[in-house]
Ligand binder design. Structure first.
Ligand SMILES: [Zn+2]
Length: 323
């Protein structure tokens, strides 16, 4: 096995990593995701990030064994298309991302779901290595979940692992998905920003938006939330407390059903807030955990921000489907 390329396609950034046969990262790069244009522009950004990462690794894309892409939206791994990627500009109809990238870089390209590949990466190379079953929870703009049961990714009929849309409160807050009371409605960074804005409109005070503007951010990023917490901002603390409670209830419900060995917490907010919040989520889970004398191990994602790109590169070693 030679060098492999991995691309993590996110709503705000694209990350690229070059892996050697043992899974070590030899080079990486990060580019902002285009906010206008369409799929061809996003594809061009992916190619640019890959080239930069390859250069950092002392190689070039054409010399790679292959390239994997972790993408949001509806993925057809066999057809090589991505459709309905809501966070990406004008990306509705299925777009032949694999063949467009393959044409540009000259090596085989494989597609996978962004959350699944990040979970696989933690399972193969990160915090999940000691376990045969685990739940990956990616606490970021949304709340994504990936599930490994008995050593294998469980995708159900294709949409398993959607822990963000487990109901944690009947008749609760409206979720970006349109349903009520989902975990993501309380813990997704996107939904939390909406809650913060509505409470400010009702007259509550917060430094959240001040910090956002001072740092030149278009939205309440994980860094903005972390700074507001450090400054003891009441609204930020209240919303993060709600998020932690919701995560505890949602993860405990999943645990009661599946009894996995470990839960890995990743995602932009999870990584930014770190270990103290993993501990807080553990405490929030306990009242809802049926086998509370044997809770699962909880870990922070060990591969950090590059986990998605690393997991995408691992797609290259997966068995190739017949065409
Ligand atoms: Zn939902």
């Amino acid at each position: 096995m030679g060098l492999r390329g991995g691309l993590d396609l996110g709503g705000t950034k694209v990350q690229a990593a070059i892996l050697d046969a043992e899974g070590n990262v030899l080079g990486s790069a990060r580019h902002p995701t285009p906010t206008s244009g369409g799929p061809p522009d996003v594809a061009a950004t992916l190619v640019a990030a890959l080239k930069e990462a390859a250069e950092a690794a002392g190689t070039e894309p054409a010399a790679l064994e292959g390239v994997g892409v972790g993408s949001p939206g509806e993925i057809d791994p066999d057809g090589g298309t991505v459709g309905n990627a809501g966070n990406l500009p004008n990306w509705r109809a299925p777009f032949p991302l694999a063949s467009v990238l393959q044409e540009a870089v000259g090596v085989p390209v494989r597609l996978g779901n962004d959350v699944s590949v990040a979970t696989e990466a933690e399972f193969a190379l990160g915090s999940g290595r000691p376990y045969r079953s685990l739940l990956g929870v990616f606490w970021g703009t949304g709340v994504g979940g990936g599930l490994i049961l008995d050593g294998r990714m469980w995708v159900g009929r294709s949409s398993a692992g959607e822990i963000g849309h487990m109901c944690v409160k009947l008749g609760g807050a409206r979720c970006p998905c349109g349903r009520e009371g989902c975990l993501e409605a309380y813990a997704g960074r996107g939904a939390m920003e909406g809650r913060a804005r509505r409470r400010v409109e009702r007259g509550e005070k917060t430094v959240l938006f001040e910090i956002m503007e001072k740092r030149g951010r278009p939205r309440l990023t994980s860094g903005v939330w972390a700074r507001a917490l450090e400054r003891g901002d009441g609204l930020a603390i209240a919303l993060i407390d709600d998020a932690v409670e919701a995560l505890g209830a949602g993860i405990a419900a999943a645990q009661n059903l599946l009894d996995v060995e470990a839960v890995i917490i990743g995602g932009g907010l999870g990584l930014r807030l770190g270990e103290p919040y993993v501990e807080r989520i553990r405490q929030a889970m306990l009242p809802h955990t049926f086998a509370d004398d044997r809770p699962p191990a909880l870990h922070l994602a060990a591969l950090g921000d590059l986990g998605g790109a690393i997991g995408a590169a691992l797609l290259v070693s997966a068995p190739v489907m017949s065409a």
